[in-house]
Each structure stands twice: as C-alpha cells, then as structure tokens.
Design a protein around this ligand. Structure first.
Ligand code: PMP
Length: 355
C-alpha cells in the first residue's frame, strides 16, 4: 500500500518554532542482532544540527532577561554548528551576528554562516579554541555586543533538559532505555539530558565519549579557569583531532556539571578514523547521513552493544548532517570522477560514453 502522511496539524509561526522533536530511529543492519540500537538524529533540526536548540535558547533566554536588546549585535566563538544555528535564529529574529572561528574548520561552515547573513572573523589555527574564544570576548567588550557564551551559559544545558531529555523520555515511554551514548563539545547535551535521566530513568547508563588523542576528561587533569568559568588556557591533554564539534582545547564549564556530579557511568574514548568509518557505514548501510561526531558516537555505541546484555536498548546521539563535511577527511576517497567499476559500467553498453 502507498504510504500516506498527514501533516503537522499546525502552521509554524517561525522557523525557530520547528527546532527540536527530532526522531529516534532504529538501526536495522549494523551492530549485533541481540540488542536494539537507536539513534536520535539531530540533522532534522531546521539548520541541521543539535546546536539549533542551544542557539534558540541563548537568544530567547537573553531576550527574556533583557541582556539582549532589540537589534543588538550577537557575537560568539564557534567551530560551526552553533554559528549556523545562531545565524538561523538571528536571521529569523532580526539580530546582526558576528562569529569568530579558527581557520582550521571546514570551509562550508564559514560559507553557510555567511549565506545565513552572519559575519565570520577567522582566527589563527595555532591559537586553537582559546584564540577564537578570546577574540569573541574582545569584540563584545569593544563594541557592547551580546556574547552568547555557549561554553558557560546555563541556557545551554537547560534547553537539553527541557527539550532533548524530555523528548527521549517521551519516545522511550514503555521501552526501557539501558544506555545513552554521547560525546561532548560544550557538554550541554550530556549535562542537560543527564539531569532528566538521573531523575526519571536512573537505570539508564550514560556513556560519555571523547577523541582518543584528546582525552581531556580521561586525563583526570582539572581545567584552569578564569573568574567567569571560561578557560584560563589550553588543557595539557589536548591535541588537534578530526572530530569537529567535539572537545575544544579546554574542559567547558557546561561539561563540568556532568563531571562534578558523576553523571556518566563510563567514558570510552574513540579514535577519529573509527568515527569516520562508522559515519560511512551509517550512510551506506542505514541511509543515515551524519557527520564525524555522529559516526564517532555510533562507533562507541557499537562497543557498548558488543558488551551489553541480551535485548538491551541503546540510544546514540547523532549531532548533525554529513553534508557539512564535504571538504573534510569524511569525504576522502569519495571522488567526483568515475572509478574503475563506474567506467566499466559506462563501457558495458554502446551509447552515451564520455570522451
Ligand atoms: N557534534 C557536533 C558536530 C557539534 O557541533 C557539537 C556541538 N559543538 C557536538 C557534537 C556536541 O554537543 P554539545 O555542545 O551539546 O556537547
């Protein structure tokens, strides 16, 4: 029978109202057969990532408190998804936006933000996350702009408590959730979702992951902070890693809540190449097109699945869409030209050959 759809039963008043309520989807072909693997696919957000949630709440919390005035410029340091989310929200609500970003992040992220009307100021890659962070602060202070402060603001974990966590509880009503697997960038996802799971689903084990070559949490070394909770410098365990959006060169204050309260049951670092391979597998064997952090989280979910008891239900966060990574190692080996097999197919019938 032909499938039918029935609409959302409402007309959305703004694109911002479409943030959240992303689907949880069963994985059917990857992983062991004796457990149930699910992904929460954040690419369904209007600007394509989990950070749309945070962007919406940073702006709306600041509107409510009066910290952000009508027409005031918003400024933020971001490796991409927060900038794209903020650009979407600021465009919809009429705020100018300036993003600071290390030059090492993917070209398409810069162009996406500029397409959405933001200004993007690049900072030297040698100065890493701290460089772009300090530049945003400097610009905010010099111009009287509103600094979004994704790494410190309570608006970050709060929105994951009120939306992501609530959605998971609703979608798993009647299904026991045994494991929740996530990485961290700011830590907003893990801190906010963990508040809900600890309170309402204490049997769910929270598995945190980070890049194997930048295992800041696993190192056990505390982050030095300034008076507002921001980083006082680069964490000694940091090394550049390919998992964009994960683990900046410091332990964010928003993540510190999860560490201080023991919100996670296990920490399983993952090498970037494993994450890239898992992202390709998700695309090619499940039709689920997510970025490097989604693949990395899924690679860890597969490790959890291998040791999980019979019938366990495992939920894995997929933070964004893979379309954001065309110029990155995720697409290495994915050529624009025909490979041998494709050339052979072309030659196999008489017509329509390329010269
Ligand atoms: N993956 C990607 C691609 C991201 O952009 C982010 C956010 N920086 C995350 C994962 C982690 O999310 P959070 O900031 O909530 O820890």
């Amino acid at each position: 029978m032909t499938r039918q759809t029935s609409g959302n039963g409402q007309i959305y008043q703004s694109v911002v109202d479409t943030v959240g309520n992303t689907p949880v989807i069963r994985i059917n072909r990857l992983g062991p057969k004796n457990v149930n693997l699910f992904v929460k696919f954040e690419a369904f957000n209007p600007a394509g990532s989990v950070k749309d949630r945070l962007a919406m709440n940073i702006i709306e919390a600041a509107e409510a408190s009066g910290a952000l005035k009508p027409g005031q410029t918003v400024v933020e340091a971001t490796s991409g998804n927060t900038g794209i989310g903020l650009a979407m929200v600021c465009a919809a609500k009429g705020y100018p936006l300036v993003i600071t970003m290390a030059e090492s992040f993917s070209i398409e992220r810069r162009r996406l933000m500029r397409f959405l009307g933001a200004k993007v100021v690049l900072t030297p890659k040698e100065q890493k996350g701290t460089g772009m962070y300090n530049k945003a602060k400097e610009l905010a202070e010099a111009n009287g702009w509103f600094l979004a402060s994704q790494f410190e603001t309570s608006a970050n974990a709060d929105i994951h408590e009120n939306t992501t966590g609530r959605e998971i509880m609703a979608d798993f009503a009647g299904t026991k959730l045994d494991y929740f697997v996530t990485g961290y960038g700011t830590g907003g996802t893990v801190s906010g979702v963990a508040r809900v799971l600890r309170r309402e689903s204490p049997g769910t084990k929270i598995i945190l992951t980070e890049p194997a070559n930048a295992a800041l949490v696993q190192s056990g070394t505390a982050q030095e902070r300034t008076e507002n909770g921001g980083p006082a410098g680069t964490h000694p365990a940091f090394e550049p890693h390919p998992i964009q959006g994960w683990t900046p060169d410091f332990i964010p204050l928003v993540l510190q809540e999860a560490l201080d309260n023991g919100y996670y049951h296990d920490l399983i670092p993952v090498p970037g190449p494993e994450g890239i391979a898992a992202s390709k597998d998700l695309a090619q064997k499940e039709g689920i097109f997510t970025g490097i952090s989604g693949g990395s989280t899924f690679a860890v979910a597969l490790k959890v699945a291998a040791d999980a008891p019979e019938g366990a239900n495992i939920l894995c966060m997929l933070p964004d869409t893979g379309e954001r990574y065309l110029s990155t190692p995720l697409f290495d080996g994915i050529d624009a030209d025909m490979d041998e097999e494709e050339l052979a197919l072309m030659r196999a019938t008489p017509g329509y050959h390329l010269g």
